[in-house]
Write a protein that binds this ligand. Structure first.
Ligand code: SAM
Length: 217
């Protein structure tokens, strides 16, 4: 992407590139409109506009993140195509693509920065899955970006995620995986080194289940 994303104090700092690459590379079938739930600095929204998505609406529950994202869109000259709103979870309406990179660990959050890393009880993750069928267009796709660090640390099971996808009325079209390339994944002095070295970050391509639709191969 041309240009840089500037984080505001207290806004999630995207220091890792691998999940951004997943969003930059996943097959994009309908470029008309996308939602970016929990937009933070607006990074993923900007990536989507750079991929040719005509309009991206990002949301965040923190005003600081909304201001930061809108500033980044303006600085990158993307303000006509991307906007951030102060909204919990989904904007109004439906979109053919809805992206969400929720906090990856189900711990408790006290500061706004914590809230970007910790998702108490996996609330945002589960709200995203439950809400997707109500906000996707008929043939729309939800892209859930999630590391399995919580699973590696024994904080959440893969089965919980698969059950939540199923119970929300969704099915998996595909899963794109990548392994972390950030410094802490190879830093043996990091107390979480063993877990981080096994971590896989995935982009789950999800769609609404339809009676009669053949299951994904
Ligand atoms: C892990 S950060 C991801 C930020 C950005 N999308 C990225 O990938 O760099 C998660 C973001 O979700 C936001 N968030 C947490 N709960 C939310 C909710 N209920 N509705 C909208 N955004 C929320 C946080 O403020 C944070 O900016």
């Amino acid at each position: 992407m041309n240009g840089r994303i500037h984080p505001h104090y207290g806004t999630f700092l995207p220091t890792r590139h691998e999940y951004v690459d997943l969003v930059a590379q996943a097959p994009l079938s309908n470029p008309e409109l996308a939602f970016d739930v929990g937009t933070g600095t607006g990074l993923l929204a900007a990536v989507l506009v750079n991929r040719g998505v005509k309009k991206v609406v990002g949301t965040d529950i923190h005003q600081r993140a909304v201001d930061c994202a809108n500033e980044n869109f303006a600085r990158l000259g993307l303000q006509e195509a991307a906007e951030a709103q102060l909204t919990s979870m989904f904007p109004d309406g439906r979109a053919p693509l809805i992206v969400c990179n929720p906090p990856w660990l189900p711990g408790s959050a006290t500061t706004t920065l914590d809230a970007a890393v910790y998702d108490p009880g996996s609330t945002m993750l589960l709200q995203f899955l439950d809400g997707l069928p109500h906000h996707l267009t008929d043939d729309g796709e939800g892209w859930l970006v999630l590391s399995d660090l919580a699973e590696v640390l024994g904080l959440r099971s893969r089965q919980l995620l698969l059950d939540a996808i199923d119970q929300a009325g969704l099915e998996v079209i595909d899963r794109l995986d990548t392994t972390p390339r950030h410094q802490r994944a190879t830093d043996r002095s990091d107390p979480l080194h063993a877990a981080r070295s096994r971590e896989v970050t995935s982009l789950w391509r999800l769609r609404t289940k339809r009676p009669g639709r053949l299951p994904p191969v």
